[in-house]
Design a protein around this ligand. Structure first.
Ligand SMILES: *Cc1c(COP(=O)(O)O)cnc(C)c1O
Length: 381
């Protein structure tokens, strides 16, 4: 089977892990953690980065740091990976689900603006969702597949309503928006994931990035049990969310390869786009004019109601073709979450097919994937 997206451990991973063992620094104290944070900060244009054990806990930590509390609502696109919604639920809050735009598969700023104006009211400095009586505490855009959301438009709406932005930039490492890297897009905090299937992995891990040092310091404090001083004194309910030196060792080796990996991802995406451009019934993944996507995943969109048949045929030919995220309003834990109309989400999610896009995918393998996909779409098998 040609895999969908697997780690590419082509660099110094083994050497750095041996250094950890030799130095006895395997836990969250150790030089690789800080080095990793500095590399992530530099590549995202952040003043600093806070490394944590997974992207999901990073999202939770970012929401807590931004002031999200029990019973709040957090604006979230319905088309996302369930970890974004879970992080909101881990705060005791509920996602308020919004549609994505056709051109980007990211949070649609027009429907955001419209719903905030029509369905909320200001009480003091609080934004209250009228139908549920709950406070709207934050907006969480998702940079879907490494394609940035339209952040200038979203930030303008957020500012008008006095709401902070916490961005799920799980796959946004290497992406730019109007030439700016991920941490400079108007979010208070942006969270990157280093899970095994991401472009750059730490074997698992996450990082918070941003341009507000005080906010990042608060996040770091909360991630390490909110300890003050050298004795067992803690000033808030904190978390044990720190990344380990072992993870960071792998992460540092991978970050050294970031430019190469992102270039490979973009080349793979471009090849699929070109190869299917003349195929009736095949659409491409979004590429909005404001974005230079990091192209974490690539593939195509079919024009039938469901991509299942194409996926089954490809899998029968040894090609790991997969469906895309099932939206949040169709997931058991979030079925009752408040939502605005979701026509684009409903129309696109079943039609998306992700295709093999590991950074070490060879030209011959991709040619095989393209040939089988073209044959399947033409009605062969
Ligand atoms: C990968 C991913 C996450 C979760 O990150 P983990 O590191 O696996 O916890 C969250 N949101 C999105 C959009 C992702 O793609």
């Amino acid at each position: 089977m040609i895999p969908l997206a697997i780690p590419n451990l082509a660099g110094n991973e083994g050497r750095y892990l041996e250094e950890c063992v030799a130095s006895n620094f395997v836990s969250s104290v150790g030089p690789f953690v800080r080095r990793f944070e500095q590399m992530v900060a530099a590549s995202t244009g952040a003043v600093d980065a806070v490394a944590v054990s997974t992207g999901t806990v990073g999202l939770h930590l970012a929401l807590v740091t931004a002031g999200v509390e029990r019973d709040d609502l957090v604006v979230l696109p319905a088309l996302t990976f369930i970890a974004s919604a879970n992080a909101i639920a881990h705060c005791g809050a509920t996602p308020w689900l919004f549609d994505v735009s056709e051109e980007s598969w990211t949070l649609d700023p027009r429907s955001l603006d419209h719903a905030l104006a029509a369905e909320t009211e200001r009480r003091g400095d609080r934004v209250i969702h009228r139908a549920t009586g709950r406070r709207v505490a934050a907006i969480m855009p998702v940079h879907t597949l490494g394609h940035p959301a339209d952040m200038d438009a979203i930030a303008a709406v957020a500012e008008r309503h006095g709401l902070p932005i916490v961005a799920d930039g799980a796959a946004a490492l290497g992406a730019t928006y109007k030439g700016r890297p991920a941490a400079r897009l108007g979010a208070a905090l942006t969270v990157i994931s280093f899970n095994g299937n991401k472009t750059v992995t730490a074997g698992g891990g996450g990082a918070l990035v941003g341009s507000d040092r005080a906010l990042l310091d608060t996040a770091r404090h909360l991630s390490t049990t909110a300890r003050v001083g050298e004795e067992y004194e803690h000033d808030r309910v904190g978390y044990n969310y720190r990344m380990t030196n072992l993870q960071a060792a792998v992460g540092c080796a991978q970050m050294e390869l970031l430019d190469r990996f992102v270039a490979a991802k973009r080349r793979i995406a471009r090849r699929y786009d070109e190869a299917f451009a003349d195929v009736k019934g095949a659409g491409r993944f979004p590429a909005a004019p404001w974005a230079e996507s990091a192209c974490w995943f690539s593939g195509l969109m079919v024009d039938t109601a469901d991509s299942g048949e194409l996926r089954a045929q490809l899998r029968g030919n040894g090609i790991d073709a997969r469906p895309f995220w099932k939206p949040m309003h169709l997931q058991a834990p979030y079925r009752d979450a408040p939502r605005t109309p979701l026509p684009v989400t409903d129309s696109v999610w079943r039609r998306i097919v992700t295709l093999p896009c590991s950074t070490q995918l060879t030209d011959a393998e991709q040619e095989h994937v393209i040939a089988r996909t073209r044959a399947a779409l033409a009605g062969g098998s």
